[in-house]
Write a protein that binds this ligand. Sequence first.
Ligand code: F6P
Length: 282
Amino acid sequence: MTLKPIFDAIEKSAHRIRDAITNEDLCYSEQCNATGDMQLKLDIQSDLIIAEEFSKISAIKAIASEEKEEAEILHENGKYMIAYDPLDGSSLIDVNLSVGSIFGIYDGEFQAKKMLASVYVVYGPRLEMVTAYKGSVRHFIFRHGKFMEQETIKLKEKGKLNAPGGTQQHWPKHHKQMVDSLFNEGYRLRYSGGMVPDLHQILLKGGGLFSYPGTTDKPEGKLRKLFEVFPFAFVYETAGGEAIDNKGHRLLELPCDDPHETTPCFFGSKYEISKVKEAYGV
Ligand code: F6P
């Protein structure tokens, strides 16, 4: 069976979420999500939209949302498992910066080694969708009523952008040295605080480094394996880049024992990742 119905459901959700972002108010709900972040009403609404679209597909066995504590079984006899972050970076909507939805599609188990495809949607000045599947990263822009396919995304060996996440005050010394050494080589700072647009920018501009290290206050980093890290690791590797943790392991080789587990993470083209390995001594 192909993943087409799943990609179509993501496309439908993207339009509905785009409408909600445009029209709904931005107030906070009374709830926190599983990681303790305050939820916007829009986070909850986006989650409901996606769950509703996926529930129509009998091939989907289970879904896990960043907004919910536990995974949910949809169809016992289904084959695919999907983990998603319905509206990543939603706290940036009030200042009108880009946000996104992130999806990882797995074969029967929420483990990186079982990942079949990943997809993300960017809600920015334009609506865009990127899919990583069967060895290629395809890029679509919504224009004149439909998603139009653009050139396939491929990373160069070396880029020009540096997107360092986390609070500098809490960075380990070797991490700061690595970030500074890239700036000293002429890299330019590009960081919005939205993982989707920040990683999308590096992919489309040919390369660079996005880092979210382990810090003194958050030794295991902030970004969640299942909802943010694995899907982007899949995109970066498929595009010819690399994605590793602070020990030099491929992110796609890390186990995931809890749906909300986090990890330090580095995504980039080959040159920048070699600099990370050098700085971390791995
Ligand atoms: O996990 C949510 C998120 O907003 C990501 O989209 C983003 O990369 C990260 O948090 C930003 O965190 P910080 O503000 O600590 O760099």
